[in-house]
Design a binder for this molecule. Structure first.
Ligand code: PEP
Ligand code: MG
Length: 753
């Protein structure tokens, strides 16, 4: 049963619309488990009925017309229970309902499985048999797996407006749900970005001039033919003729009219070449996938490989043509920092990523740039999302595709309120950041690109609390040399002088790979990252530290921060290397001085050894993003577990209290530079704990300042005490939202006032 399942899943993935998916499923299921009927019913929630959407075995004229009552019949029972119903003799069941309109006879065997998406039952996949039949366990799980596929396809179809079960106008509140990435509301036109040479990721686009498109396509094919012939020549002496026949087979495919002809035909139907190619390749590969013969089935991967090669050449010719309209909303399976950097800043209105979560680095970058973003939108039909008008709500992680006029109107109103609120925020500009009872809380800036440091950030901050050096490393194609780095760091140090600037040494690995320093690992977050790479590559570390020390000559506002520390040896070794860099530079005649040095507390081990670490350095900076990830064992980028990633978890709050106490033992300054510091609600809790300063993206500075200026230290402490009585993150969150609403500051954490 595994083989047909794989085949069907592949076919379903390649289908171009929901109707095709439904058709594939009903036909293949009927054939595979040898039943008399296979049908799909989808629930129409407004009309409270289950509509027959596809069938193989019942009357085709009934499709789309017949609907069964919501709470009655065996279909209703499957929906109610959200569990399979497997009955050998359906007519004798007390919930049996005979549906004459579908042309059914009295089928006895009945198996219905619910189609579920995020606890909602969307419909039922059902098989029927004239004779009595109890379906076996493997048949039930077979249907289960396909129902899960169907659920994804249905959600895509609903989101893109392909599927409207009710005949009324489109439901006004249709949206896709993801994770909040960066606050704010955006309206705009989507531009799908995708990794190069990834055929599956190519989006559908309409073409302006099919003749030009055809020419580009044919040029790409000619280039692949050239490549293959050159390869074949190269292997002439080393490969036996029968193995080299593979090249001939490929060349034959490229010469044949079907692959090329089909693509050209699609181009002339209005598709751009990469999209037409993707569809053709999938169609052809599917034919091979469906073959029982293992050898022939393998040919599917040859077809896909050829497709990728053609795409590579096509992309070389179209790459420069990517146009970002005003109000671009960048959409992708996994939007990367580099793709984001390619869009002119004044054109970028929002970001939607199918993968990643609120604490992924792209989300952090979006917050730094003050661009609304939604992450982890796993139901997003990425390839069908190009050039669509969408509304994005970054506060709650929602996207409305082709929204109804009423939704658009409502969001325009909320966006206007947001704009008014930002104007009100300006009132606090230049005022001291202190509580109503006079406790000063310096707010620092998190940054990583000088270009992202706007005037508010520069004017409002007490300095830079976290300069992430990996960003300038990521946008290059090799490690930057010492003098390039000196120039980079000096720019920040000079801009903020005489305020302090905390520069963190390279924190690559985890979700921050460098394209030119690939690290392939099973568990990247538990692997080679941060200080571990730096200590294993002292040449990279020393170059960086030397650059920092040189950049600070005459300015003396540098502080240095070590990431991912999990034991004291790492600190001792890093300190020794920093001292060495200092001494070497002095010997070379540079007038460098030793900066203050701090460690990041972002691994549970560091929490439990906080005194030992504090004793060795000048200050501590808490990375709550990673600390939450490691304390709760929840990957900060993983959409599936995003619901249980929360920096308000009671364990995180207690860890923070322990860190502050440990730092105080040695009179060390402790600040927080994770996203928790930039959230107006959580910032209050940190204040209550005795955290001395907070570091955040520039977009958060005035928001956090507002809340700090509206609260007393005593109230913050009382709120913390109340939070510590909660056993769940959700209770802490509710407590904080209430407190902000009480202060009239609820608008800081949602769309509108
Ligand atoms: C953190 O982990 O909280 C942190 C500030 O570092 P980064 O987000 O860069 O991992
Ligand atoms: Mg971190």
């Amino acid at each position: 049963m595994l083989d047909p399942l794989h085949r069907i899943v592949k076919e379903v993935n390649a289908a171009s619309d929901l109707q095709e998916v439904l058709q594939i499923i009903v036909q293949q299921v009927k054939q595979t488990i040898e039943v008399d009927v296979c049908s799909v019913y989808l629930t129409d929630f407004e009309r409270r009925s289950h509509v027959l959407m596809a069938t193989d075995g019942l009357r085709l004229e009934a499709v789309g017309k017949v609907s069964l009552p919501y709470h009655r019949g065996l279909i209703g029972l499957v929906c109610e229970r959200a569990e399979p119903v497997n009955v050998a003799d359906a007519p004798s069941h007390n919930r049996y309902l005979f549906a004459n309109e579908t042309g059914e006879t009295q089928y006895k065997g009945f198996l219905g499985v619910p189609i579920i998406q995020n606890p909602k039952v969307l419909g039922v996949l059902v098989v029927r048999q004239i004779e009595m039949r109890t379906f076996a366990d493997n048949e039930v799980t077979f249907l289960f797996t396909l129902a899960a596929q169907l659920a994804g396809a249905i959600t895509h179809a609903q989101a893109s407006g392909q599927l409207v079960t009710s005949e009324e106008t489109a439901p006004p509140k249709r949206f896709l749900q993801g994770r909040p990435g960066s606050p704010g509301v955006a309206f705009g036109t989507t531009v799908v970005v995708y990794p190069p040479a990834d055929l599956d990721a190519v989006p559908d686009k309409k073409v302006q001039d099919p003749d030009v498109e055809e020419e580009e396509f044919r040029t790409a094919v000619a280039a692949v033919i050239q490549d293959l012939m050159a390869l074949e020549d190269r292997f002439e002496d080393s490969l036996p003729a029968e193995d080299r026949a593979l090249f001939d087979a490929w060349l034959m495919m490229l010469g044949s009219d079907s692959l090329i002809g089909d693509t050209v035909q699609r181009i002339h139907q209005g598709h751009w070449a990469p999209g037409a190619l993707r569809q053709t390749i999938e169609e052809h590969a599917k034919v091979f996938d469906a073959m029982e013969d293992v050898y022939l089935r393998e040919r599917a991967s040859d077809v896909r490989d050829l497709g990728r090669r053609i795409l590579m050449h096509l992309q070389q010719s179209v790459e420069s043509q990517v146009e970002y309209p005003q109000g671009t909303i960048l959409v992708g399976d996994e939007v990367s920092a580099m793709q984001l950097a390619e869009v002119p800043k004044d054109r970028l209105a929002g970001i939607v990523s199918a993968r990643g979560a609120s604490f992924s680095h792209v989300a952090i970058l979006a917050r730094a740039l003050d661009i609304p973003a939604v992450m982890g939108m796993s139901d997003l039909p990425v390839t069908r999302m190009d050039d669509r008008f969408i509304i994005l709500d970054g506060y709650v992680g929602r996207v409305y595709v082709s929204p109804a006029p009423s939704v658009l109107q409502e969001y325009r109103r909320l966006a206007e309120e947001d704009r008014e609120l930002s104007e009100e925020l300006q009132v606090n500009k230049g005022l001291p950041c202190e509580t109503t009872d006079g406790v000063g809380v310096p707010l620092y800036l998190n940054t990583g690109l000088v270009s992202e440091m706007n005037t508010t950030g520069i004017e409002e901050s007490a300095g830079v609390g976290l300069y992430r050096t990996e960003l300038p490393f990521m946008v290059r194609d090799s490690f930057p040399g010492e003098s390039v780095q000196v120039a980079n760091y000096r720019k920040v140090l000079r801009t903020l002088h005489p305020r302090p600037v905390i520069i963190r040494t390279l924190d690559i690995g985890g979700d921050k790979p460098l394209p030119y320093f690939p690290v392939e690992e099973q568990n990247p977050f538990l692997g080679w990252r941060g200080i571990r790479i730096s200590l294993d590559h002292p040449e990279i570390f020393l170059t960086q530290v030397r650059a920092m020390l040189r950049a600070a000559i005459g300015l003396n506002n540098l502080r240095l921060l070590l990431p991912m520390i999990s034991n004291v040896d790492e600190v001792d070794d890093a300190l020794a290397l920093i001292q060495r860099a200092h001494d070497e530079l002095t010997e070379e005649g540079y007038d460098v001085s030793m900066p203050k040095i701090g460690v990041m507390i972002e691994v549970p081990a560091a929490v439990y050894q906080v005194e030992g670490l504090a004793r060795r350095v000048d200050f501590l900076s808490v990375g709550t993003n990673d600390l939450t990830q490691y304390l709760l064992a929840v990957d900060r980028n993983n959409t599936h577990v995003a619901d249980i990633y929360s920096d308000l978890h009671p364990a995180v709050l207690r860890a923070l209290i322990q860190i502050v106490a440990g730092a105080k033992t040695y009179h060390r300054e402790v600040s927080v530079c994770g996203e928790m510091a930039g959230n107006p609600a959580t910032a209050v809790l940190l204040l209550g704990m005795g955290v001395e300063s907070l570091s955040m993206n520039s977009g958060s500075l005035l928001r956090v300042k507002w809340v700090i200026r509206s609260v007393s230290k005593a109230r913050a402490k009382a709120l913390l005490q109340a939070a510590l009585r909660c056993e769940r993150a959700s209770e802490v969150k509710a407590l904080l939202v209430n407190a902000l609403d009480d202060m009239g500051l609820g608008g800081l954490i949602r769309a509108g006032r």
